[in-house]
Design a protein around this ligand. Structure first.
Ligand SMILES: *Cc1c(COP(=O)(O)O)cnc(C)c1O
Length: 360
């Protein structure tokens, strides 16, 4: 068997031992005589998986008692609409615009005709940073940020402080560092970047916020519906939740989120050092103090598209895939989520250094 190093932004790499465990149990789940995919979501067999996944998230992510963890569908993009549908109280809603995903979230709030205020934006400079001052109003219905900007490779180092409920799209950095829950009120993520396969959306929401929802919001779009039914109001994405439970167990074996955060910092440093020591051959997209530990977006000097493609192809020949940058900024992007090993990152750094030495 030969596995590539997958630097793709999402769906993304998963730990081999997790895939192997799923494979071992795929046809006959722990002696039950059927696959977990074939099991009723009301069965005891599935119930244990479901509750274990919820329990492990609360344990590993240190989710406080006054929050619920929900498993929803429709991806992070559905949350762009569900957040305003559930949290708006008819007043102003506020956003920080730090890239394509925040822009898409803003668009949904506008479709719902809300009074949308963009308090800070890094659009002018090509979304190369997290704005240094983000002043949310304390009386906004909610304040919204994207903790990690998957395309531009920027990331908040601390969350802004506001009395308004802080909503965080953590799709590309969930479970990658410990959260200061005293600042967060609703955090959501599509699972397919850092938590498992596509198809499950994790929502972690303060209980008191669930009561804001208006009468005219249909059942499936209400957080409260899902919270009251332990995310079993309708058929949940059972296989994805099973995979999520395996990922959580893997993270526990790795020493938990604090340990994983340390490894993530090391991995990112290897690539950023390679960029910074390349004498201008590689140019990082993000300003240094906004650099993401999850997505390293960079160009080759003068945005030389021919050289950039050559490097992407050379990497692929050497078993490293998914490095082509997002079409909106070009260049290259190495996504180095929790499941990417240090060995994979070192292999890429070596390749980059050799390439720069030959081509500079
Ligand atoms: C990928 C991504 C999304 C969109 O996720 P879907 O699950 O495809 O809807 C939203 N926000 C961020 C930050 C992302 O990285």
């Amino acid at each position: 068997m030969s596995r590539v190093y997958n630097f793709g932004a999402g769906p993304a790499t998963m730990p081999l031992e997790v895939l192997e465990e799923a494979q071992k149990n795929l046809v006959d789940f722990k002696g039950h005589g059927l696959s977990i995919m074939e099991a009723s979501h009301r069965s005891k067999m599935y119930d244990e998986v479901h509750n274990e996944a919820l329990f492990l998230i609360k344990e590993l992510y240190k989710v406080p008692q006054d929050f619920d963890v929900l498993f929803l569908q429709g991806g992070a993009s559905t949350q762009f609409a569900m957040v305003p549908m559930n949290l708006s109280q008819g007043g102003r809603v506020e956003y920080a615009d730090t890239g394509s995903w925040s822009s898409k979230a803003i668009k949904e709030a506008k479709i719902l005709n809300l009074d949308v205020n963009i308090v800070a934006s890094s659009k002018e400079s090509g979304y190369d940073k997290i704005p240094s001052t983000i002043d949310f109003s304390d009386d906004a219905d909610y304040a919204y940020i994207t903790s990690n900007n998957t395309i531009y490779g920027t990331q908040y180092k601390t969350f802004p402080t506001t009395k308004a409920p802080l909503v965080i799209d953590a799709s590309s950095d969930i479970f990658s560092y410990p959260i200061d829950w005293s600042k967060a009120d609703l955090l959501f993520a599509g699972a397919q970047k850092n938590a498992g396969p596509s198809g499950v959306t994790i929502v972690i929401i303060k209980k008191e916020l669930q009561d804001r929802v208006k009468e005219n919001i249909p059942s499936m779009f209400r957080y409260k519906t899902h919270a009251e039914k332990n995310s079993l109001y309708n058929t949940p994405p059972t296989f994805g939740i099973y995979m999520l439970s395996l990922i959580m167990k893997w993270m526990k074996r790795e020493g938990g989120i604090e340990e994983i955060a340390k490894i993530n910092a090391k991995k990112a440093a290897i690539l950023y050092d390679t960029i910074d020591n390349s004498q201008g051959f590689f140019v990082g997209h993000a300003q240094k103090d906004s650099r993401s530990l999850m997505n390293v977006s960079f160009n080759i000097k003068d945005k030389d598209a021919a050289l950039e493609s050559e490097l992407v192809e050379l990497a692929a020949k050497n078993g490293m895939i998914g490095l082509k940058g997002h079409r909106s900024i070009g260049g290259l992007r190495a996504s180095i989520y929790n499941a990417m090993s240090i060995e994979g990152v070192k292999a890429l750094a070596d390749l980059m250094q050799d390439f720069a030495a030959k081509k500079a």
